[in-house]
Design a protein around this ligand. Structure first.
Ligand code: SF4
Ligand code: SF4
Length: 252
């Protein structure tokens, strides 16, 4: 594996501009304070930098027409995945280790992202996590969909950005809006959230939740969940829509 070398910020900026991405940040691995087990080095030993990028979810994603919403979500997921894969190909082509961070893992009896993208985004100065557990960006509100690439290539010369704070006003609208009482301040019960339960057929729900609670011992459960998560379309956006930051976007 190649050692040394710096990621070129301007080159990266051009990469995301050409693909119409709305936000990106480059952060040293040592500045990431994501939860233990979901840090970059847990995924890629030797990781030195995280490239995190975001695209604003368009109005189609929130359409009441199921087909329009599905197409919007799939297009967004494809754009995030393609950009991540292109970056990985470029970095590995230079001889560095790199991987995308999109998969989910089963840990502590629940489903989590393999890397906490929201926490990385906060550490990169892109926003704050609200009581809804969603990222709230000062520029784009709560409509930023995130992707990330982690790499052994180094990032130097960037100062750690100020974390924005005070964006979530703790108004409680997201908690009140949740039809499943899945939210408490800053916490979510994923097994109540319709975006998780809706992807599991009703007759299998109890069994799948029991298997997940059993942890990593069930072979093929994690790949199966990743397959479903990769294809799933959110069933509910009530907490997101209720937040005063839903409309805040430089693009609207
Ligand atoms: S997406 Fe819906 S079900 Fe899930 S936490 Fe938000 S409001 Fe509740
Ligand atoms: S609805 Fe209110 S409490 Fe919930 S995330 Fe938005 S600002 Fe924070």
């Amino acid at each position: 594996m190649r050692e040394g070398g710096d990621i070129d910020y301007q080159e990266l900026a051009r990469f995301f501009r050409e693909r119409s991405f709305d936000e990106f940040a480059l952060i040293s691995e040592s500045d990431i304070q994501a939860p233990v087990g979901r840090r970059p080095r847990d995924l890629l030993p030797g990781c030195r930098a995280v490239i995190i990028f975001g695209k604003v979810m368009g109005d189609d994603v929130f359409s009441s027409e199921r087909r329009t919403a599905s197409e919007g979500v799939r297009r967004l997921k494809d754009e995030l995945r393609t950009a991540g894969e292109e970056l990985v190909a470029s970095l590995t082509g230079e001889g560095y280790a790199a991987r995308t961070a999109g998969a989910v893992v089963l840990r502590d009896g629940t489903i989590r992202g393999s890397l906490s993208l929201k926490h990385c985004a906060v550490d990169a100065g892109l926003g704050e996590i609200g009581d809804s557990t969603l990222l709230i960006s000062p520029r784009f509100g709560n409509r930023l969909a995130l992707g990330a690439v982690i790499t052994s290539k180094e990032v130097r010369g960037t100062t750690r950005p100020e974390r924005p704070c005070g964006i979530c006003t703790h108004c409680g609208r997201c908690i009140t809006a949740c039809p499943e009482n899945a939210l408490q301040t800053g916490k979510i019960d994923l097994f109540r959230c319709r975006n998780v339960t809706g992807t599991i057929p009703g007759s299998l729900r109890a069994v799948v939740i029991r298997l997940i609670n059993a942890g990593d011992k069930i072979p093929l459960l994690e790949p199966a969940i990743n397959l479903v998560a990769g294809r799933s379309v959110p069933r509910c956006s009530e907490c997101l829509l209720a937040c005063p930051h839903y409309r805040r976007s430089d693009k609207k």
